[in-house]
Design a protein around this ligand. Sequence first.
Ligand code: SF4
Length: 234
Amino acid sequence: MRRRLPIVGLQRLSLVDYPGRLCTTIFTAGCNFRCQYCFNVEIVLEPNKLENISEEETLNLLKERRGFIDGVCIGGGEPTIHGALPTFIGRVKLLGLKVKLDTNGSRPRMLRRLVEEGLLDYVAMDVKAPLDRYQEVVCAKVDVEAIKESIRILRRGRVDHEFRTTIVPGLISEEDVKEIARTLTGSKRYVLQQFKPGKTLNPKLRDLEPYPEEVLERLRDMVAPYFSECKLRL
Ligand code: SF4
């Protein structure tokens, strides 16, 4: 029997998850990283405790909502750890909807396949830290070559994309942002994301004060020359 994509959450309407589009956001179960600032705690640590939403139910909802939305954002968790992802996206595309993938870039083989099969319209890839500090930030074993390969796949430009980094005080410094920008230099779009305290994987970050907006603006101005487009997501 064909494997199904484990879907554990749906946000029927999002104005922010897919740049320039109204979308429904789909959350897939589980992740191979344990980023300290992650706020999808249950999805990452205990997806089995969440309600499983079938592919059919999800596709029916998308079919119903086609008049209201023009895109679907698939995130998680980390969607690319699931072998069922390409077939599911193929089914979404048949509904005439644009598909955005949120990924941590750790599975370049899956990413390449999705790009080559024309299944994606937009990819947002997190670049979590300078390559030599990755493990420390994502708290998991990381194949840095895989991250580099995913960056290369997207930079080839077959699919519209952005790279993005969540700027967490005490975890990502000004020098780190500069180093990430050097790694990504010449890329089309880079987004600095504001850290949001709350229910984070690392409890120590739960009450952490985010950087003031002016600090993020200064960081953006510092690295903007490396990119065609560089912006803040607050
Ligand atoms: S923030 Fe990190 S741990 Fe959370 S879903 Fe994304 S990659 Fe996984």
